[in-house]
Ligand binder design. Structure first.
Ligand code: E4P
Ligand code: PEP
Length: 365
């Protein structure tokens, strides 16, 4: 697509706009990369399971597991292929969804993810990023591995909503009206992180807001600017991710959250993100959160319905080198992740532990 300079610049308008570029429409991209029957089946089955887990009608644990961010298609597919085997093996007790995070929020600036900047060089080729995102999600769904992602840019759901079993709103945007309204129209269940400062109430408020109809400005499938009216998303839930004061997965924080939800009439279960402030950004500490939360669930706290784990083929993280040939294989370029061996052990442990919880309970599809 050809680039176009800001043609509307005047003395007072678009003073700080450098350029506009045409954006492909959701319909064009979906015509090029349609949802296949196999991918659709993965999405539909997993979405239904996640909805039931969120509303505590299915006792299995929802586990959202995968890299902090995707930066390489082949590595993401290798990870998805490995994870899909464990998903199938543990399906009677665990509903495993892969973290396929493509659009990254930043505290200030930094690489904004594969969707925003697929070349990782500041070119911000959104048209390519959207295509690569849709293609990767399609391939992962076709493996029978359901996809979960953070929804950050409000236009993006029109391009990938049909492929999502689960979505998240990040800690930096849960309080945003724009994101709450956007979620009210998203087809999949969506989790809201607590704020970076640790405020849980704003995530509960977000569930209430996104559960209602909204009218906002967005785009149509044809890519035309439009007034969008939604019906409300009934499957919002809180994701506890810790705050600047420290972790918030202990029993007292879980109780506090349930109290806030009761006041607001929210009955959804809670997901705990083992990473971010719940691990103090040290990837090994995700194990503490994982063991603690599953321990609470096994001890009888049914409100704890799921966990998130930041995991990659290889543990740790790396900075993005100027020469991408120097990127280390399978290592995160954003937050540090646990490696594959730990991931396997953690999933096996979760499966073993939840045996007692699920004994005698029937999982209905
Ligand atoms: O999940 C990843 C990061 O925590 C998030 O994108 C913020 O990153 P930053 O604080 O490094 O910008
Ligand atoms: C950015 C993320 O988390 P948070 O919004 O909790 O910082 C993430 O999960 O990738």
């Amino acid at each position: 697509m050809s680039e176009q300079a800001a043609s509307t610049a005047t003395a007072t308008a678009n003073v700080h706009v450098a350029q506009f570029q045409p954006l492909t429409s959701p319909r064009n991209l979906k015509a090029e990369l349609p949802l296949t029957p196999a991918a659709e089946q993965t999405v539909m089955q997993a979405r239904r399971s996640v909805q039931r887990i969120v509303h505590r009608q299915d006792p299995r644990l929802l586990l959202i597991v995968g890299p902090c961010s995707i930066h390489d298609e082949a590595q993401a597919l290798e990870y998805a292929s490995r994870l899909s085997k464990l998903r199938a093996e543990y399906a009677d007790r665990l509903e495993i969804v892969m973290r396929v995070y493509m659009d990254k929020p930043r505290t200030t600036v930094g690489w904004r993810g594969y969707l925003n900047d697929p070349h990782m060089n500041g070119q911000n080729d959104f048209n390519l990023g959207l295509k690569m995102t849709r293609r990767l999600m399609l391939k992962i769904n076709e493996l029978g591995m359901p996809v979960g992602t953070e929804l950050l840019d409000p236009f993006v759901p029109q391009y990938i909503d049909d492929q999502l079993a689960w979505g998240a709103i990040g800690a930096r945007t849960t309080e945003s009206q724009t994101h709450r309204a956007m979620v009210s129209g998203v087809s999949a269940p969506v989790g809201f992180k607590n704020g970076t400062g640790g405020n849980i109430k704003l995530a509960v408020d977000a569930i209430v807001s996104a559960g209602k109809p909204h009218t906002f400005l967005g785009i149509t499938d044809e890519g035309q600017a439009a007034v969008v009216s939604t019906k409300g998303n009934p499957d919002g839930h809180v994701i506890l991710r810790g705050g600047r004061f420290g972790p918030n997965y202990a029993a007292e924080h879980v109780q506090e959250t349930l109290g806030l939800q009761a006041d607001a009439g929210v009955t959804a279960g809670l997901v705990v993100d083992c990473s971010h402030h719940n691990s103090n950004y040290q990837f090994e500490k995700q194990l503490d959160a994982w063991h603690d939360v599953i321990g609470q669930r096994v001890a009888g706290n049914d409100a704890l319905i799921g966990l998130m784990l930041e995991s990659n083929l290889v543990e740790g993280k790396q900075s993005i080198p100027a020469d991408h040939a120097n990127l280390k294989y399978g290592v995160s370029v954003t937050d540090a992740c646990v490696g594959w061996e730990s991931t396997q052990e953690l999933l096996k442990w979760a499966y073993e532990q939840t045996g007692a919880v699920l004994a005698g309970e029937t999982v209905q599809g």
